[in-house]
Design a protein around this ligand. Sequence first.
Ligand code: SF4
Ligand code: SF4
Length: 83
Amino acid sequence: MSLIITDDCINCDVCEPECPNAAISQGEEIYVIDPNLCTQCVGHYDEPQCQQVCPVDCIPLDEAHLETEEQLMEKYRKITGKA
Ligand code: SF4
Ligand code: SF4
């Protein structure tokens, strides 16, 4: 599953440069995560990097986008072109 940014976001821009998949961007009001690009950092890091840096802890898992570890790896391969 991907992560989602809640409306507690204070638009600090700290998470955006940390995402290895460029899944985070500034939305109309708050920052947003593209579920097609977020792998929960699988393939890159052990922990979701955006969660690590968010000062207000507003990036939970998105229950609407459930994916297995293998599906996340597959997404990682598709995004990066790595086998
Ligand atoms: S969990 Fe990782 S891939 Fe997903 S948005 Fe956060 S930094 Fe990007
Ligand atoms: S780090 Fe947290 S508060 Fe800052 S822009 Fe990202 S989601 Fe919003």
